[in-house]
Design a protein around this ligand. Structure first.
Ligand code: SAM
Length: 290
């Protein structure tokens, strides 16, 4: 069923699902580190870099599907060349109005800016962070309500760099550190940062779990973390330990995991000060209890 002969490009997983199972399945697979999804009527297409696919990963995905939905419904896993994937993805992108104030536009697409609108130009290539996913929109809507001007900011899992770019365009005045554990995401973030003329954003290819000591070599006022439940679960205790006064803006969590998240936040001595929702996703701003 799986062609494992080519290590590069992307793997496309095709999963047969009832419509109501699609969002829960995205949540499950996000926890496995799969970041790209295309929803169809009775099918979910998922994409992950070829070098991250293995027999073990296939077994893990099958087990998750079986546990959640009763039986394995992974129809196929096939390789896709990078170039085809990019072209298809980019051709379909349209401007995304995040709010009255913020819009994400793909580079070189015709777009008429409204007065006062903050326009973020993104050329996503293979990275996450186009505004097409609720988790990104939730982060941006939260950020819009915050006073970011004087905050020192760390963006963990930067993807296209969209949140770091937005922070700068929303008036942040400090150097921002943006990290991602995928080299193509880091490269893409740098390109988007240049295209948006947003200075002083340092992008590093670092892993939030393995390199946390290096990433947190200074205190941050605000940590942006749109990742997934598993990574949040593993890094939040270390963040509290190393940079106890930071506020953390979290996304990438499904509403089904809200009680788990609340418990984790409480255990670590944080409190949620603003939680917002879209579809089956949530974003929450957590602050240390003083
Ligand atoms: C959901 S995307 C978010 C992208 C962008 N920040 C946004 O809000 O749209 C998560 C990003 O985190 C990265 N990522 C996942 N696990 C990571 C880890 N352990 N360390 C660093 N980055 C990670 C992925 O490569 C991906 O680019």
């Amino acid at each position: 069923m799986t062609d494992t002969s080519k290590p590069h490009g992307f793997i496309e997983l095709s999963i047969d699902l009832a419509p109501e199972q699609i969002e829960p399945c995205i949540g499950l697979l996000s926890s496995e580190g799969i970041e790209y999804f295309q929803e169809e009527e009775n099918r979910l297409l998922c994409y992950l870099p070829g070098d991250q696919w293995s027999e073990a990963k296939e077994q893990a995905v099958l087990m998750l599907l079986e546990k959640a939905f009763g039986k394995a419904q992974l129809l196929s896993a096939r390789h896709i060349a990078d170039r085809n994937w990019n072209a298809e993805w980019e051709a379909n992108l349209q401007p995304v109005e995040i709010s009255d104030r913020i819009v994400i536009v793909q580079k070189n697409k015709n777009f008429e800016r409204k007065p006062g609108q903050i326009v973020i130009e993104i050329n996503p290539k293979m990275s996450f962070g186009t505004g097409y996913h609720a988790t990104t929109r939730l982060m941006l809507r939260q950020m819009e309500e915050m006073d970011l001007a004087d905050a020192t900011i760390l963006d963990i899992g930067t993807g296209t760099g969209v949140l770091a770019i937005a922070a700068r365009k929303l008036g942040n005045r400090h150097t921002i550190l943006a990290v991602d554990n995928n080299d193509w995401a880091a490269e893409n973030a740098r390109e988007n940062i240049t295209e948006n003329h947003t200075d002083n954003i340092r992008v590093e290819m670092l892993d939030a779990e393995d390199d946390l000591a290096e990433i947190l070599d200074q205190q941050y006022d605000l940590i942006l973390a749109n990742i997934n439940r598993n990574v949040i679960d593993r890094i939040l205790p270390a963040i509290k330990n190393r940079t106890p006064t930071s506020r953390i803006l979290i996304s990438g969590i499904m509403i089904y995991d809200e009680s788990w998240l609340k418990k984790l936040i409480k255990t670590l001595g944080y409190t949620s000060t603003r939680t917002i929702y879209e579809d089956e996703w949530l974003s929450t701003l957590v602050e240390p209890i003083s």
